[in-house]
Design a protein around this ligand. Structure first.
Ligand SMILES: C[S@@+](CC[C@H](N)C(=O)[O-])C[C@H]1O[C@@H](n2cnc3c(N)ncnc32)[C@H](O)[C@@H]1O
Length: 322
């Protein structure tokens, strides 16, 4: 079957069966957040397999994911460190290791050994060279009251980037969804801006992002918001329905012609090259002032100059982005 037949669809079914219908090297990015085999309460899936059964199953879909990824594409797998060690040993045979991203998100205390403080995201590329990658920036941590930066960068604040540092392989600024109002009825929903960061890092507008375990649609929503196509699969009809409904309400997350990731009205990830463009382009800042003024019914000159990430706040919240 041609990949076009799967584009921008939320497919109900077993991911292995669906993946086997996809042609070789047809997607730009895959993100997999499989069941953790920890006995989580999903709606219909039984999350407790025997160790060898679980690992053999994971090996099968991991191989499919690498097969369908384009030579310029990237493969991401999210899980607890225990399972990622096995996944890495499979992936090392068929793809190229780039990073183990440590996402600082406290788990449940185990009681016997160290308190688990991070989830891992394995980052592999299909090819050793020629893969897509863009440097990203996130905002400096600032005091909530006075907006002063919380770090002094070894006394070199004057050399600090005006927006924020380059994103590293440790992510401490994205939090798990705790508020009930922001959660869907799913035991392991990921934050959309986590996926947006990955998508901005390694795909372009119009590229295809595949998630074989889409749950409540996090990856599909993030991809659509950033102007990418998605292929979303889940075995559970309830989650598939939820995802389809969420996708109906997605607006592009864009300033001028640059896609950015926004959470609670603030830009939380921007491409380094887009930052240059946005901050130096007076026309865009004038446009933002005009659009913001239109929402408030003010004249553009009444709008105070705010830090870049705050300037977009109203535009995004009023347009229903978040
Ligand atoms: C860890 S959750 C993914 C959560 C998702 N990242 C989100 O943010 O909502 C794993 C998902 O895999 C689905 N699943 C389990 N076995 C599957 C299979 N064989 N094929 C497709 N989906 C499956 C479950 O229904 C569940 O929604």
């Amino acid at each position: 079957m041609k990949v076009d037949e799967f584009l921008d669809k939320v497919i109900l079914g077993d991911c292995l069966q669906i993946l086997r219908q996809l042609p070789n090297e047809c997607v730009d990015m895959v993100f997999a957040d499989p069941p953790f085999n920890l006995g989580k309460q999903y709606d219909s899936y039984r999350d407790r397999k025997r160790l060898d059964e679980y690992l053999n199953w994971c090996k099968e879909w991991l191989h499919e994911l690498v097969r369908v990824t384009k030579p310029t594409g990237s493969i991401f797998v999210h899980n607890i460190p225990k399972w990622l060690t096995y996944f890495a040993s499979f992936l090392n045979e068929v793809a190229y290791f780039k990073h183990w991203i440590a996402w600082d998100a406290p788990g449940q205390p185990l009681g016997k050994t160290l308190y688990p403080r991070h989830y891992g995201i394995l980052y592999y590329t299909k090819s050793p060279k020629g893969f897509k990658f863009y440097d990203l920036r996130f905002p400096h941590p600032r005091c909530r009251l006075c907006q002063a930066p919380l770090r002094d960068y070894g006394g070199k604040k004057h050399l600090m980037h005006p927006f924020g540092p380059l994103v590293s392989d440790i992510w401490t600024d994205i939090h798990r969804i705790r508020h009930k109002v922001r959660r869907d009825e799913h035991p392991c929903q990921l934050p959309e801006h986590l996926l947006e960061r990955l998508i901005l890092m390694c795909t372009d507008e119009g590229d295809i992002v595949l998630d074989p375990f889409v749950g409540t649609g996090t990856t599909a929503v993030a991809a659509k918001r950033l102007g990418r196509h998605f292929i979303a699969i889940d075995i559970d009809p309830k989650y598939v329905e939820m995802t389809r409904r969420k996708l109906e309400r997605v607006y592009p997350s864009k300033i001028g012609d640059c896609y950015v990731s926004v959470f609670l009205g603030k830009v939380v990830t921007v491409r380094d090259k887009d930052w240059e463009k946005l901050s130096s382009n007076f026309r865009i800042s004038k446009d933002l002032r005009r659009r913001k003024a239109a929402f408030f019914g003010d004249t553009p000159s009444q709008i105070p100059t705010l830090p870049f990430e705050d300037r977009v706040a109203t535009i995004f919240s009023k347009s229903g982005v978040r």
